[in-house]
Design a protein around this ligand. Structure first.
Ligand code: 6PG
Length: 673
């Protein structure tokens, strides 16, 4: 086993501290920040919809996130309530620590065994059993060495699944089978304490599994925030930011009342699944998100350093009342720029002075029309004809070949045919294609279409901007002067203006001078290549994937030469990092922002402290002294008289829970109940 140390920094920042930050040198700021660690707070009440940026509904298509293609999904410009579904999730992470463990390559399995072993020992000491939820994929495979762990009392384990595919338990795609093969079949967990998901269609599988969980004793699963609390939930993260089977922008993310949810259209096969709800996950005493290997580097960087709108990156919505640990290795941490975290520049997309987590309160006050962290604040005036996700209102109307709204988020669409702009499936993709054909970095937005007669015969010349230069203008200013291309609509639809972003905030822009020079040289080389490209050919047959592109992450022109010059940032082996999630200032009243007055963080009432190191369990959980084991309590004598001790761990004092424990419950709870 490897030694892991953890450093926790307090992240709660008072207005007084913000004022101090403005007048003191960075070293002092650092010191004071550390000193704040004792007052780390997390207020779960910030889940309150009334404090939401969208108090009456959340826009269906959030956008703003980096897609696997390397492009940013256009941010939502919505100022209205959207679907009418109450917006219950937001970045309730004020003052909440989470820990990133970076393991030396090749030692992740051992580190994972250590983490699980410690969590198991603590829970068994406290309440006599250890409840753990597993998921699928590489995270579970990494747990294989648990099979030979000698210091874990597996007889006290109660095992669940955070998500499961609706396949037979013998199917290689089954998460149950994955865990069974990795270690479960080799350790002595009593069979009735392993709660597998039944092989049923999603709706039935979810309700059956929910009933199983709801039927368990509150000594095993205390109720926290209305949800059963597991001691440890093990999760992975997919390249799109999904975790468990909670996928970006899917309706499951909005569910606030169920424990287990059916998933009938998973973008990752198989499409039928069940998953723990976000609320269930966030009630956990500890959540561990495992992402190891080079293949996870991009998504790890995105999850930890690029704040997305709620729903766009589900892994960012995992904010448990207890501890959250990102479990990485050197490879998966290789894209992180930890030095920036120390500099309170956690989110690369924050503009200088507008960072949510900087000390400059005045600069944090958005001006009318200002954009927070790349997203439109409500101060942005609505643009005629521009709806969610940058799609124009017209495009939101159903298309003849599209049964849905025609404005689905790109992530959820079937991959378009990529060989020509004309064959793109909607206006967003058409416009994106046009921007790419010009060598523009990314589509910024679709603008209202000008009259067809105004359309120029050729694509206009666009001014090149070195994307590695720190911009001298703000992003909002840039947005007022974007490059404009005109896109010929297919099927005689006339011409549409397309604005293409000339500059994209880059973390490289904040590198030391010398490294910036190297990047500029690489950029100049790319520019030369662009100029050499036959523009006429590109205009005649603009392929979405060919032609000059920016160096956006994932873009084909982010070539290996350029990448090889990138410095190795940040996280050194075994270095624990404590993160400070950004604050969602968009919730502040517009007037308060515009005034530039120091801001009280109104949406974080100083209420229940749920310390990260010593998470409080539900008041319903009996004190350890009174109920030192799952076997204690009024039922114990009756149960102990009739059954072997371990079986009593699965009691069913369900009175605190949803009384909806259905007849199915009786089929799945232990027979003595
Ligand atoms: O059932 C599933 O598909 C998993 O629960 C899923 O959430 C998984 O953990 C991630 O997709 C990461 O998987 P990998 O680590 O294998 O990439």
């Amino acid at each position: 086993m490897i030694a892991q140390t953890q450093l926790k920094l307090g992240l709660k920042v008072s207005p007084r501290f913000q004022r101090q930050c403005r007048t003191q040198k960075p070293a002092v700021v650092q010191q004071r920040r550390t000193a704040l660690s004792v007052s780390a707070q997390f207020d779960v009440a910030t889940h309150n919809a009334s404090q939401s940026q969208w108090p009456t509904g959340v826009p269906p298509d959030m956008g703003g996130h980096l897609m696997p293609s390397g492009e940013y999904c256009p941010p939502s410009r919505s100022t209205t309530s959207g679907t009418g579904i109450p917006h219950v999730f937001q970045y309730a992470n004020e003052g909440k620590d989470f820990t990133v463990l970076v393991n030396p390559n090749g030692t992740a399995s051992a580190g994972l065994v250590k983490l699980i072993s410690e969590a198991s020992a603590a829970a068994i000491a406290q309440k006599g059993c250890f409840t753990i939820a597993l998921s699928g994929g590489s995270a579970t495979e990494l747990m294989a060495p648990l099979a030979s762990a000698t210091d874990i009392d597996f007889s006290r384990w109660v095992v669940f699944w955070a998500d499961e595919r609706c396949v037979a338990q013998t199917d290689p795609a089954s998460n149950f089978k994955c865990a069974q093969d990795a270690f479960l079949s080799k350790v002595n967990i009593p069979a009735h304490q392993v709660y597998a998901v039944d092989h049923l269609p999603p709706a039935q599988a979810a309700s059956t599994y929910e009933a199983k969980i709801a039927g368990l004793s509150s000594q095993i699963l205390p109720i926290v925030n209305g949800m059963p609390q597991l001691d440890l939930i093990m999760l992975g993260v997919g390249p799109d930011g999904h975790t468990a089977s909670l996928f970006p922008n899917k309706k499951e993310l909005k569910n606030v009342s169920n424990i287990i949810l059916p998933v009938e259209d998973s973008p990752k096969p198989p499409s039928w699944r069940v998953t723990m709800s976000l609320n269930m996950i966030n009630a956990a005493a500890q959540v561990c998100i495992v992402a190891c290997g080079k293949g996870k580097a991009e998504v790890v960087q995105r999850v930890l350093e690029v704040q997305s709108l709620p729903g766009a990156v589900p892994a960012q919505m995992v904010r448990p009342v207890g501890n959250l640990t990102y479990f990485l290795d050197e490879d998966s941490a290789s894209e992180l720029n930890v030095a920036e975290w120390d500099n309170w520049k956690m989110w690369p997309r924050s503009e200088r002075g507008v960072g949510h987590n900087s000390c400059t309160a005045e600069a944090q006050s958005p001006q009318p029309g200002e954009v927070l962290n790349g997203y439109a604040a409500e101060a942005l005036p609505p643009q005629p004809g521009v709806g969610y996700n940058g799609c124009t209102a017209e495009v939101q109307l159903p298309q003849p070949d599209d049964a849905s709204s025609g404005c689905e988020p790109p992530m959820e669409r079937a991959p378009p045919v990529q060989n020509s702009c004309e064959r793109q499936q909607d206006s967003y993709e058409l416009a994106e294609c046009a921007c790419a054909a010009q060598g523009s970095c990314e589509l910024l937005e679709l603008a209202a279409a000008p009259a067809a007669s105004n359309a120029p015969a050729e694509l206009p010349e666009v001014e090149e901007v070195d994307e590695l230069q720190q911009p001298t203008t703000s992003l909002p200013q840039l947005r007022q002067q974007p490059a404009t291309a005109h896109l010929q609509q297919p099927q005689g639809g006339g011409s549409r203006a397309v604005k293409c972003n000339r500059w994209r905030p880059s973390k490289r822009a904040r590198l030391p001078q010398q490294q910036q020079k190297q990047h500029r040289a690489a950029s100049a080389a790319r520019g030369a290549t662009r100029e050499a490209a036959p523009a006429a050919a590109a205009a005649a047959a603009p392929s979405c994937l060919s032609g000059p592109r920016c160096n956006a992450r994932g873009c084909p022109s982010t070539n290996s030469a350029e990448l090889s010059q990138r410095p190795t940032h940040g996280a050194s082996a075994r270095q624990p990092i404590t993160c400070r999630p950004a604050r969602w200032l968009a919730q502040l009243p517009t007037a308060q922002r515009a005034s530039g007055a120091p801001q009280a963080v109104q949406h974080v009432p100083p209420s229940a402290v749920v310390g990260s190191a010593t998470h409080e369990r539900s008041a319903s959980a009996a004190p350890a002294a009174a109920a030192p084991s799952c076997l204690s309590g009024p039922r114990r004598k009756r149960e102990a008289a009739q059954h072997a001790p371990s079986s009593a761990m699965a009691g069913s004092a369900a009175h605190e829970r949803n009384a909806s424990a259905t007849p199915q419950t009786a089929q799945h709870v232990p027979k003595y109940v």
